[in-house]
Ligand binder design. Sequence first.
Ligand code: ATP
Ligand code: MG
Ligand code: MG
Ligand code: MG
Length: 477
Amino acid sequence: MQTHEIRRRFLDHFVRAGHTEVGSASLILADPNLLFVNAGMVQFVPYFLGQQTPPYATATSVQKCVRTLDIENVGITTRHNTFFQMAGNFSFGDYFKREAIKLAWTLLTDSVEDGGYGFDPERLWVTVYLDDDEAERMWLELGVPTDRIQRRGMADNYWSMGIPGPCGPCSEIYYDRGPEYGVEGGPEADEDRYIEIWNLVFMQNERGAGIGKDNFEILGPLPKQNIDTGMGVERVAFLLQGVDNVYETDLMRPIIDKAQELTGRSYGVEHTDDVRFRVIADHARTAAMLIADGVNPGNDGRGYVLRRLLRRIVRSARLLGAEKPVMAELIKVVTDLMAPSYPELATDFSRIETVSVGEETAFLKTLNTGETLFDNAATAVKSKGGKQITGSDAFALHDTYGFPIDLTLEMAAEAGLSVDEDGFRSLMAEQRKRAKDDAQARKHAHADLTVYKELVDRGATEFTGFDELTSEATVLA
Ligand code: ATP
Ligand code: MG
Ligand code: MG
Ligand code: MG
């Protein structure tokens, strides 16, 4: 089943059950605390918090999501994209647990002729929160046997926004790919063999004081109970299409094919090459979607994420042997694949192309000069019998040539060297302090962008640091 069809079937299933179909929100919302929209529920937060009255009691959507937190997983696990589509159904004080469980189960297991996805129910596992006997009973009633229901603790199966407000237990649905993909024992034992498809959140309590995902007080029941669910469209495509991972599904594999053409290397031969192909496919799509929603490459915040994605594509393609620019062709393929669901890619094509190609051109220049500096530093280290690039070389690469530290780390690893990361960090800290003193001295009166500045500085040393800003706690568990 093609990805576009998977989307359509999801929405149709829930519209048939009385839900209002709502379009995806932009990846970029006004809220500066959220880097990118990373779950279907984000656009409905004011309804869940009771700050606004929803114009419908139940809704369904397929939301564009970006999770930078997953960037390190891309190409390595079978299931993580930086951009993905989260299909969801939402109840604002209308139906609750029983109905949500039943609606999810029927869509997954109904035959294809009956409008479902036709998953073999024997391969599905579910998890429930530790004390959620009620949810377990409902799964049992639908015919899921006890030995395919697992209980998990707060970190995995309890949702909140990280602040006082609604919270509640989750129940997740997993698909068993079979013994050739890992060990027995359900999702608790192996999340590569058992692939998470769908998360159902039952907002039923009030969150009290406490910190983080799994260390807070759970207070009494909410006056109105809500449902928030998220199903990964790419994951369903991966499992239904009988391919090995999300990157080989119908909307991504053609990007890999194009990358093979552009680089002259083949997919499916060498593990390290394959990871690079998958990174290219994933990042090209994310970059196009971000530019479509108005992000431009830059040195901080969202712009820096985009820059990092684009640069990673360019570098991966070079490592696969590309000698010429690749971006224009990749963006073209992404557009052909995604425009049927996201027409903004087609209407805005020339802008998206210009932005991504512009970044590629600039980075290729950076790479050319930076690579020489890196090679000189590496040669100097090796000739002295050393094994480590100095912190000051890493800093110079960053400061002068715009090399993010992870690029330096990657290149060093390829050359069989390490990098003095502590040295690098302390030079970064010094520079940051200088910048701060400077800024204070100038007391410039712009809006408070320091939060982004700090993130970028941190992001340059550890990319996933950005997600401290997105606070994954605000999304599904
Ligand atoms: P995982 O444990 O596999 O990282 P998750 O628990 O972080 O997933 P949720 O926050 O529960 O995911 O999101 C709801 C659904 O969205 C998941 O069940 C999954 O199907 C899908 N999903 C989450 N992250 C990704 C991703 N990076 N790429 C593709 N699909 C995703
Ligand atoms: Mg995750
Ligand atoms: Mg999970
Ligand atoms: Mg989950």
